[in-house]
Design a protein around this ligand. Sequence first.
Ligand code: ADP
Length: 162
Amino acid sequence: MIEVIRGDITALTVDAVVNAANSSLLGGGGVDGAIHRAAGPRLLQACQAIGGCPTGESRITPGFDLDAQWVIHVVGPVWRGGSHGEPDMLKSCYSNSLDLARQHKVRTIAFPCISTGVYGYPQREAAKIAVAVMQHAAKDFERVICCCFSAEDESIYKQLLA
Ligand code: ADP
């Protein structure tokens, strides 16, 4: 079952939240900064030990001070016009996160709108990819949540899932 929620992903009670990180995994702005603030300094230590992550891949850490047991860090593509492999990389972000989630027996998972903030991916194009991958995997989970921060994203996801 795929749900659309509008709000702060760090406030959700789920098994895993997905973080739209950068390739250093050392924190940043946007949802990444919010997750690091809410999870506390042990998250940065855990990420330092991992030592980075290539675009399109994902890595898992505990959620520390979050309600979520796990944080799945993914590095979305920076939008460069769309003909530099961005759609495939974004698709990999969602599918690799869901693979890691299955491996860790995650039943409930929340995603932010990966790449659509500072990384500039057009929201609707990104949402179509997100929804397609989630729909393919939804049967393996109790809840798959699209956690939108803006009203615009919420309405895009609701339209796509209607
Ligand atoms: P990226 O670098 O992958 O574009 P951003 O963090 O800049 O990542 O933006 C990704 C999405 O996360 C944007 O839609 C942004 O509005 C949203 N976002 C920012 N803070 C939060 C939060 N606390 N919870 C959920 N989504 C958030």
